[in-house]
Design a protein around this ligand. Sequence first.
Ligand SMILES: Nc1ncnc2c1ncn2[C@@H]1O[C@H](COP(=O)(O)OP(=O)(O)OP(=O)(O)O)[C@@H](O)[C@H]1O
Length: 593
Amino acid sequence: MGKLLEVNGPLVRARLPQVPNGEQVRIGTLGLVGEVIGREGQEALIQVYEGTESVRPGEEVEALGHPLSVELGPGLLGQVFDGIQRPLGRLLEVSGDRISRGIQIQGLEQARVWRFQPNPQLAAGMTVTGGVCLGAVPETPTIEHRILVPPELSGELLELAPAGEYRLSDVIARLDTGDHRSQALTLSHRWPVRNPRPYQQREHGVAPLMTGQRILDTFFPLLKGGKAAVPGPFGAGKTMVQQQIARWSNADIVIYVGCGERGNELVEVLDSFPELTDPHTGRSLMERTLLVANTSNMPVVAREASLYVGVTLGEYYRDQGYDVVIVADSTSRWAEALREVAGRLGQMPVEEGYPAYLASRLAAFYERAGRVQTLGGNVGSVTLIGAVSPPGGDFSEPVTSHTKEIVRTFWALSKELADARHYPAVSWRESFSDDIAVAARWWAEQIDKHWQAGRAEAMTLLTQAEELSRIVNLVGPEALSGTQRWALEGAMLIKEGLLQQSALDPVDSFCTPEKQFVLLDLMLQVYHRGVELLEQGVPVQELLGLPILTRAKRCKSDYENTRVESLRDFAKEIKEVFSQLSEEYAGTGKPSG
Ligand SMILES: Nc1ncnc2c1ncn2[C@@H]1O[C@H](COP(=O)(O)OP(=O)(O)OP(=O)(O)O)[C@@H](O)[C@H]1O
């Protein structure tokens, strides 16, 4: 117990000897949640995650004896938590729309009973170490929740509970952790959010995360266990991209962290998620989803914690052998929280008011992504996707520019494309992926060995078309040769037939890898045949007038994912149209008859 000395917004100073940095505290009669972030002699500097209005010097501060941590166990999925793992639904039930401060509700429902099935390979007398699976409970109809020995524990298994129904706090195993000390294990354990959960070793990424969005999967792939950023100016469709990823990606678990985004956007996400169905199982998407959302009445610094809460929950499912995707919206708001705290601490601002450690904090956060061999010997992954909201859409500002250095996949949203209603408005000029080679291996093995060459050619066409468009803007289309005009059309085929993909189109909202490749190949085939005909002397106007071009651009919506074979037939049809035209011109330089 200590005494509050001074209140400075979300930062308070208390006389609290011997309480270490990082420890969680409760402040004043309201019992507000806070965390020690610095020490000066007998005094502790505390960051408070709830509004400190009405809190006065002299009130008591209680150190809880553990760092800011989360409770990990069955019942996490389908939940919406606030930034310190309190379930929002129950918070609202208790205090109505305006959440009062100091409410203490545990993250997981303690009274709920779970059907536990012990691991048949374990028996009393065996030695178990951190990460070993003690058994499992069906958390949702699709996700089996594996109950692991907490990472830091090991010892002789004295007892493992038989199959049956247990509450979170019921003992399901006992370990002799040395000196004949018995340690009881339950269905849940706590973990400090700022400490990455340990694993055996990092593994290389081998498979791309499939999102069903062509511009992402085919053009700028992200690996499972990888790190990506989605910077987007206001209104460029960031929310939509994130939702599409949450909805369609082939991850086992999706965690969405709404970190300080505008209140109405958060409400949009919270309202829309429970209504979405999981395309892979046909069941509610919430069964594999978990949301962490700051409520609008929490102070800015609470954003800081919510990101770590989200990533810790993600690592916990990774340790069970799952592929987890974490979408953090947005890391800019999180960085603003860092800036505010640094300002109040009187730390020297470096770039645009951000502290010098902005880059290292961002890097440390993204470092928690990865594909790993878990302590229990499984392979699991955490893929991190951070949205960035650069003020004024300026990508040279500190958060965007540091993030760009850290991530391996960068999906840059463009205001220009959004204004032109080209969705998803991901710019092919500014985006990048450093993992093309690994993705290419996967595409070659699983789909088609020509993926990498096709992708590269499509990118070249897009770049070439940009140069040509500049010429057209300067001197008009007459300045272009037939081949150049056809290259412009080739780029249009790629843009309209491939890159544009409406999230609202029931057929095209999601595209399987196979259909993605067939469409890519189709557009390139049309382009190649045209080039051949041009060389043969067919005027470019003839080609540009072919109705089949419009049909090719519409294939994405005309052919469902299950009709890839018909799409291949359409490719044959195109070949015939071009062969016919070629024959008509053969030898004469103009159509026969
Ligand atoms: N992939 C897409 N398919 C169809 N329409 C889209 C797509 N992406 C964005 N849009 C359109 O753009 C509008 C704005 O998108 P969104 O709501 O994601 O942007 P935003 O939330 O305003 O962006 P930000 O998060 O930067 O404020 C949507 O309502 C929708 O009409």
